[in-house]
Design a protein around this ligand. Sequence first.
Ligand SMILES: [Zn+2]
Length: 152
Amino acid sequence: MRCQKVKRKLSAFLDGELSEKKASRIAEHLSGCQNCQQEVAFLSSLWERLEEMREVDPSPYFWTRLNARITQAEERSFSLDRVRGILDRLLVPATAIAALVVGLWIGGALYEVHWEDKPNLWEQATASLYLDALDDFPAQSIGLAYTELVFD
Ligand SMILES: [Zn+2]
């Protein structure tokens, strides 16, 4: 057995996790190899020190405080989700308004270009829309029909 192969299995060997056959082959190698014996000594002392390390007990309120912090963090992320939801809901009307403004602006520009070239048409168009409160209602108009209905 070569040193490299033995060293890879030393940890399992020390923990007694190897089969009897493999363990005896490693023990055989160790008896004749000083290099691997040093490795075993090093690992053994390392394991001993690790076992000596004292387990630290958390303070009595550790779990309570940890739970509180987790809840707090969850609430914070929840409120972030809510803010994002509100922003999403605002974004749709904002986009619609922006589209409307752009549409009106383009429409206005086209309208001006169209009517500035034909002032007579513009006057005719506005005159037909113009209605003075003191003028008689035009024939066949809704205003005339209404006054006839009410006052006649
Ligand atoms: Zn060796």
